[in-house]
Design a protein around this ligand. Structure first.
Ligand code: IMP
Length: 178
């Protein structure tokens, strides 16, 4: 694998497809154990989580439902600090066990917004499953329940994650080469 250019920036290989799939399986197996006997709803946060969501759900053997919300907080390679709800939650989550599925937890602003929405809608429980987690950037207090991999505070791309809308279709993860 080589260095790639996306728009005006170059990125180098960072996490291989094999490593990603191993992390996805690890997260799925913990969720399968923890939610035995329950019918959780998996709530994907669009756009970034679509690849992780699909691969994760293929390894979930629970009875479950799925839904999506669309939120955005990033412009280019940085967080704006403000989370906009682009497509809201139209599912009835009252009394349900919700598992939020994120591509990456960075500052945690997105998570806080989701917790607000879900507690208003009276979910019974809310847990978070994220493929990637940047502990150095995380500024909030909600526990991150299921983490595929922890990474340093760097900008990454691929497997659903974008740079200005581009690169989501790449099947492994690249990191900004600066
Ligand atoms: P948070 O609200 O700051 O935790 O950011 C979460 C969202 O920001 C993620 O769902 C991504 O869409 C985006 N994001 C955070 N870090 C990166 C990155 O390194 N590359 C691409 N998108 C990112």
């Amino acid at each position: 694998m080589d260095i790639i250019t996306v728009k005006d920036k170059s990125f180098k290989p960072y996490i291989s497809e094999e490593e990603l799939q191993a992390s996805v399986k690890k997260v799925a197996s913990k969720i399968n154990d923890d939610y035995k006997g329950s019918t959780p709803i998996f709530l994907g946060i669009l756009n970034g989580s679509f690849m992780f969501f699909g691969d994760l759900l293929k390894s979930i053997d629970l009875e479950c439902t799925v839904s999506f919300v669309k939120l955005a907080s990033y412009e280019g390679t940085g967080s704006t600090g403000q989370v906009n709800e682009l497509i809201g939650l139209n599912e009835d989550v009252e009394g349900k066990d919700v598992i939020l599925v994120e591509d990456i937890v960075d500052t945690g602003n997105t998570l806080v917004k989701l917790h607000e929405i879900l507690s208003e809608k009276k979910a019974r429980s809310v847990k978070i499953a994220t493929l990637l987690y940047k502990p150095e950037a995380y500024k909030k207090h909600h526990p991150i329940d299921y983490v595929g991999m922890e990474i340093p505070n760097a900008f990454v791309l691929g497997y659903g994650l974008d740079y200005d809308g581009l690169g989501r279709n790449i099947s492994s993860i690249y990191v900004l080469n600066d």
